[in-house]
Design a protein around this ligand. Structure first.
Ligand SMILES: Cc1ncc(COP(=O)(O)O)c(C=O)c1O
Length: 428
């Protein structure tokens, strides 16, 4: 941000909003953004895992323009093509049986809708969420969010009857075990919740990120996710997958649940769905969704015609350009290269991820989280023309979330910058 604009922003924009960089963008295209002083950056933040097909993809720009010429807003007064077309297209991509949709505007709204649907469908009230998770900042979603007390401070009491079970963050096992001897104690803890805090027949749903996003880019063991699904089925608890960040090819599959071979009952979708136009969705089975009686939920802006047209173009582009496959291939390549770097850099404590959702956890002696080093690495990357941001409870995970259109040469360039930045930040 130039000083002039920054000063103006500080006068009129709430300080609650935190900008990750100091860059003012003139133009963004594909995997790159250009600042007003003419500097080009490789964008490995993708508007927080949102511009999955790159900035201003021509297909999205064309679809949005065409829609604007016809209808910008309906407010559920009129039927229009783009919303129905989008639902039809999504039904072909979401896991088998997930084929009905409610469209809203943001990830938090989708999570709110998912929880409301689960409560409505089961007649139960309690919710199980997981430590380290991020589900949004509206009051209901915030009650589930537990990635940082900073987000919750000042807002208690939140939605009652939300219970948190440990997310299987194996690098820092919440149960104090090491991965070799783990028998998935995290799930025993969940069973303990059922014994001591809430009877499972009062639980409407579990809400889980299939890969922890904001909480540190943590990939859970397959066995954990499968067993969690079985526990839910056994108790009639609905399994809600928050795929707001993991969806739309990000992890090298259309949806991250596919990695674990599980079918959720309800999904929350947003971010990558419409390449930056505000849109989100609650997705579920016909059986569950059909019980949501008319008026039980609603929206003025949700399923905006322009956002839906952009989303149709996004889905077609991900499919037509083979981007899910590209995310898988380049993700595997990046993980391999980062694991090589890890051999030379002891501060790279853990390298993990799926597809193009990759986290590098930076640590000092004895796995001590190193947030200072992480901040310096981000600054050094920015100086060299690479935008990356952090995540994790200790703010010590560098997250790589490039657009899925990324080419191998661009990945190589980003990894070279990261290594240089890490060297410079470590000695500086
Ligand atoms: C997994 C997950 N769920 C929900 C949200 C909330 O989305 P939004 O910021 O669009 O409300 C986010 C945002 O980062 C997220 O990563």
């Amino acid at each position: 941000m130039t000083e002039g604009l920054k000063a103006r922003a500080e006068k009129v924009l709430t300080p609650a909003l935190v900008f990750h960089t100091s860059i003012t963008v003139k133009k963004a295209e594909g995997a790159y953004v250009e600042s007003i002083d003419g500097k080009r950056y490789l964008d490995f933040a993708s508007g927080l895992a949102t511009t999955n097909i790159g900035h201003r993809h021509p297909a999205v720009v064309a679809a949005a323009k065409e829609q604007i010429e016809g209808l910008i807003h309906s407010g559920c007064i009129f039927y229009y093509d783009s919303v129905v077309e989008l639902a039809e297209r999504l039904a072909e991509k979401t896991p088998d049986g997930i084929d009905m949709f409610f469209f809203s505007n943001s990830g938090a709204e989708a999570v709110e809708g998912a929880v409301k649907l689960a409560r409505h469908a089961t007649g139960r009230q309690a919710i199980i969420a997981f430590t380290g998770s991020f589900h949004g900042r509206s009051t209901g979603a915030l009650a589930l969010t537990s990635s940082s007390s900073r987000y919750r401070k000042g807002y208690h009491p939140l939605l009652p009857s939300v219970f948190h079970a440990p997310y299987p963050y194996c690098y820092r096992c919440p149960m104090g075990r090491n991965p070799d001897e783990c028998s998935i104690d995290c799930l025993r803890y969940l069973e303990g919740i059922f014994e001591t805090l809430v009877s499972p027949d009062e639980v409407a749903c579990v809400v889980i990120e299939p890969v922890l996003g904001e909480g540190g880019y943590v990939v859970p063991p397959i066995g954990y996710m499968k067993r969690l699904r079985e526990i839910c089925t056994g108790h009639g608890i609905l399994f809600v997958a928050d795929e707001v960040q993991t969806g739309f090819g990000r992890t090298g599959r259309w949806f991250a649940c596919e990695h674990f071979d599980i079918r959720p009952d309800i999904m929350a979708l947003a971010k990558g769905i419409a390449s930056g136009f505000p849109l989100s969705a609650v997705a579920s089975t016909r059986r569950i969704m059909s019980g949501w009686s008319p008026g039980a939920h609603g929206t003025t802006f949700g399923g905006n015609p322009v956002s839906c047209a952009a989303a149709c173009a996004t889905v077609d582009t991900i499919e037509g350009e083979g981007l899910v496959d590209n995310a898988r291939r380049l993700g595997e390549y990046a993980l391999e290269r980062l694991n090589e770097l890890k051999q030379r850099h002891p501060s790279m404590g853990d390298v993990r991820g799926l597809g193009l959702m990759i986290g590098v956890e930076l640590v000092g002696e004895g796995k001590e989280p190193d947030a200072g080093l992480t901040r310096r690495v981000l600054t050094e990357c920015e100086k060299r023309g690479l935008i990356v941001v952090e995540c994790g409870r200790y703010k010590n995970v560098v997250r790589f979330m490039p657009p899925l259109i990324i080419k191998k040469e661009e990945m190589d360039e980003a990894l070279a910058i990261f290594e240089e930045a890490l060297g410079s930040a470590s000695t500086g």
